[in-house]
Design a protein around this ligand. Structure first.
Ligand code: DAH
Length: 343
């Protein structure tokens, strides 16, 4: 390599080292390796070199071009690395820090109980039927044997809407009529109806204005009170543990005849008496009864041929008893400290 080329090489390499960003690098490339760059021109000028020296000159010029091209690529790589490192340093990412875990949601305690109830009734052939939250007075009351002005309506404090006759359902019982109309007539039915209910309540530790219920309905040609008792006893034993004692008390609901309320022996004291069962030894778990002939007829069934039983229970109440929760307002207070306990 002659002196001139060596000088050019040193100068180019020094310039390359000095190029500290993409723009400077591009300027350098144009200056040395571009179409009219110094190194490119070396080949063009070969004609001015004495004839005998041309092969050596050509080789040296080519070698220089190759060397500078490689050096350029290396410098470009190095600059990319440098700027990446600078960017990372600026963002201050410490990759050794532990990650932030996404917070996982859980199943709401009410829904856990609803699922448990649905699983138990599934073992007895009950399917889940869902029915609407916004109801008509007709379905919520009239078709359930409570015509306008019926005193039993007082048992349900109702939310009315601005549309006359349209209300928020106060219980899941109107779903019985929907189920009968949709699945019947003249066909047996075995369904549970879980859902939210709404009441114009003075909110307290024992009463919320929204809560769940699970309704049950079984209709067949020979369904009797014995079937009702068998199903409830089986349900209570699966939910609260084997060997539970059940008690059926006479009661009154306009949509069942006869009507009962079912009690289970207190799951806390086992029947000896405690604060939870108010020293009675019993806990009320549901209302139930044989579907009233008028209700069967309203659902499209002939009470001379068909009979059925129904029941209704509150999963929040069940959860409160099972988990020792003293205030129903926790369920819809959205307080994570409460909800996380049911993770
Ligand atoms: N709907 C009643 C209530 O909200 C509960 C109930 C009682 C439902 C007896 C029934 C039943 O199906 O047979 O208080």
């Amino acid at each position: 390599m002659n002196e001139e080329l060596r000088k050019l090489r040193d100068q180019a390499l020094a310039g390359l080292q000095a190029a500290s960003d993409a723009d400077a690098l591009e300027e350098w490339r144009i200056e040395y390796l571009g179409r009219k760059g110094t190194v490119t021109n070396l080949m063009r000028n070969i004609g001015q070199v004495p004839f005998e020296e041309r092969p050596a000159y050509g080789q040296a010029a080519n070698a220089l071009k190759g060397e500078l091209t490689d050096a350029f690529d290396a410098r470009q790589q190095a600059l990319v690395q440098e700027s990446l490192a600078a960017e990372m340093a600026a963002e201050g990412v410490d990759v050794t820090l532990p990650g932030r875990r996404p917070q996982l949601g859980g199943v709401h305690p009410s829904n856990q109980t609803l699922r448990e109830i649905a699983d138990i009734f599934a073992t007895m052939g009950f399917q889940v039927y869902t029915s609407r939250d916004v109801e008509t007075d007709e379905y919520n009351f009239e078709l359930l044997n409570m015509p306008p002005g019926h005193p039993a309506r007082d048992m349900w404090d109702t939310f009315y809407t601005t549309t006359p006759g349209v209300i928020m359902r106060t219980h899941t019982s109107p779903g019985q009529i929907h189920a009968m109309k949709e699945l019947g007539p003249n066909k047996p039915i075995r369904v549970i109806l879980p859902g939210m209910c709404y009441r114009y309540e003075q909110v307290s530790a024992r009463a919320e204005m929204m809560f769940h219920q699970v309704e049950g309905l079984a209709i067949g040609r020979n369904v009797t009170m014995a079937d009702l008792k068998g199903v409830i006893v089986e349900f209570a034993n699966q939910l609260y543990g084997a060997g539970r004692k059940l008690r059926f008390r006479c009661s009154h609901f306009p949509f069942t005849e006869p009507s009962v309320e079912a009690d289970v022996d207190c799951i806390l004291c086992g029947g000896t008496g405690c604060a939870v069962c108010k020293y009675t030894g019993w806990l009320e778990i549901m209302g139930a009864g044989m579907v009233h002939p008028t209700v069967l007829r309203n659902g499209g069934y002939d009470p001379a041929e068909w009979s059925g039983f129904a029941f209704g229970m509150g999963p929040e109440r069940i959860t409160m008893l099972k988990s020792g929760i003293s205030d129903i307002r926790y369920f819809f207070g959205n307080d994570l400290r409460f909800l996380e306990q049911f993770g």
